[in-house]
Design a protein around this ligand. Structure first.
Ligand code: FDA
Length: 324
C-alpha cells in the first residue's frame, strides 16, 4: 500500500497522535526546514520566513476585507537568550505593522517566551511585548498550549490584562475545565478566543471524542456570544459557524460584537464568504523560520494534507542516507 493510501485508512486519532509526536522531533525539524520539497506545502500555511514577506501577505488580506493577528513562529525555547530574542521579534513586529496601517495585533505562545525555563523570564518578555503593543494601541492574544500550561498561561494573561486591557487569551473546547475558565475570564472582563484545541491531551483532562469536543464548543460559543462582551470564535467548522450566525441573528448581536478567526491558508473560500456576508473575520498569520511544530499541528488536524508531506520527508531522508 502506498503512503498516501495508508494515511487515508489510518484512524484520524492515530494520525493526529503520530504527527503530534513528530512535531517534537528536532532532528526531523532540521530535515524538514532544509528540504526544498516541503516548501510548497509549508507556504500554504505560513506567510513567509521574513517580516517583509508577512507584511505583504497581511496587506493582501486587509485588501480582501480581513483583519489579522500575527504569530512570530517559535515555541519551547531552550534558553533565556532565545526567549528574549523571540520577544524582540514581537517587539519589532508591532510597530512594523502599525507603521503600514496594518492591525498591530499579535498572538504569543508562552513557551516561546521562556515559560518552561523560568516564569520570571517569561513575564519580563511578556511585559516588553505588552509595552510595545500599548505604544501602538495594539492587541496581544495569549495562545493556549497543552493542558500542563493552562494555569500558567491564564495567570500570566491575567497579570498582563490588569496592566493593559487590550489583551486576550485562548480557551480550548477539548478541555473539561474550559466552562469554569470562561466564567473566570468573563468575571475579569477578559476576551476569549475559543478554539477546539490542537494538542494531544489525556482522557483525564480532555474529551477525546470529536463530537463531544464539537458539542462543548457549541455550548461555550453560545455562552461567549451572549455574554455582552467581545470574543473570537476560532474555527473552520461550517456547522459551528452557521450556528454562531444563527445565535447572533436571533440575539441581535451585530458583526461588530464578535469575530470569526481562521488560520492562514485554511478554508480560504469560507473566509471570503464570511467577509461577503458582512461578518468580522480575522486571519491568524504565522511567519518566521521556526515553522515546523506549527506546520505539523496543521497536518495532524487534516490527514488529507499528510500524504504529500510524508513522501517529501522520506525522499529527503533517502537522499541523506544514500549520501552518507
Ligand atoms: P475541525 O478540525 O473539525 O475542522 C473543520 C474543517 O476545517 C475541516 O473539515 C476542514 O475543512 C477544515 N480544516 C481544519 N483544519 C484544517 C487544516 N489544518 N488544513 C486544512 N483544512 C482544515 N489551538 C490551540 O490549541 N491553541 C491555540 O491557541 C489555537 N489558536 C488558534 C487560532 C486560530 C485563529 C484558529 C483558527 C485555530 C487555533 N487553534 C489553536 C487550532 C484549533 O484548536 C484547531 O486545532 C483547528 O482550528 C482545527 O479545528 P476546527 O475548529 O477548524 O475544526
Amino acid at each position: 500500500m502506498g503512503i498516501a493510501a495508508a494515511v487515508r485508512v489510518l484512524p484520524h486519532r492515530t494520525m493526529r497522535s503520530l504527527f503530534m509526536s513528530l512535531s517534537h522531533r528536532r532532528s526531523l525539524a532540521r530535515l524538514a526546514v532544509r528540504s526544498p520539497l516541503t516548501r510548497p506545502v509549508v507556504a500554504r500555511f505560513v506567510a513567509g520566513e521574513t517580516i517583509e514577506e508577512a507584511l505583504t501577505a497581511i496587506a493582501a488580506l486587509k485588501q480582501a476585507g480581513m483583519h489579522t493577528t500575527v504569530d512570530v513562529l517559535g515555541e519551547s525555547v531552550t534558553s533565556p537568550e532565545l526567549a528574549a530574542a523571540a520577544a524582540d521579534r514581537y517587539v519589532a513586529t508591532l510597530p512594523a505593522l502599525a507603521s503600514r496601517g496594518l492591525d498591530p495585533n499579535v498572538s504569543v505562545k508562552l513557551t516561546q517566551m521562556g515559560l518552561d525555563i523560568d516564569p520570571e523570564v517569561c513575564r519580563d518578555n511578556v511585559t516588553r511585548i505588552v509595552d510595545a503593543a500599548r505604544a501602538v494601541d495594539g492587541f496581544v492574544r495569549f495562545d493556549m498550549e497543552d493542558h500542563a500550561r493552562t494555569d500558567a498561561t491564564l495567570a500570566i494573561w491575567q497579570e498582563a490584562h490588569e496592566s493593559y486591557p487590550k489583551t486576550g487569551v485562548v480557551i480550548q473546547s477539548c478541555l473539561r475545565r474550559s466552562a469554569a475558565d470562561i466564567e473566570r475570564i468573563l468575571a475579569a472582563g477578559g476576551s476569549v478566543r475559543l478554539c477546539k484545541g490542537a494538542y494531544d491531551e489525556p482522557r483525564s483532562v480532555a474529551y477525546l471524542n470529536k463530537s463531544t469536543v464539537d458539542a462543548n464548543y457549541a455550548k461555550l460559543m453560545e455562552r461567549l456570544l451572549t455574554s455582552g462582551s467581545y470574543h473570537a470564535l476560532a474555527t473552520h467548522d461550517p456547522r459551528l459557524i452557521a450556528r454562531a450566525i444563527e445565535i447572533a441573528e436571533r440575539g441581535g448581536i451585530g458583526p461588530d460584537r464578535f469575530e470569526f478567526q481562521m488560520l492562514y491558508g485554511v478554508r480560504r473560500d469560507l473566509q471570503r464568504t464570511l467577509v461577503e456576508r458582512g461578518c468580522t473575520v480575522r486571519i491568524y498569520v504565522p511567519y518566521g523560520h521556526e515553522w515546523y511544530p506549527y506546520f505539523m499541528r496543521r497536518l495532524a488536524e487534516r490527514p488529507a494534507n499528510v500524504g504529500f508531506m510524508i513522501r517529501a520527508i522520506l525522499k529527503e531522508e533517502g537522499r541523506r542516507v544514500r549520501g552518507r
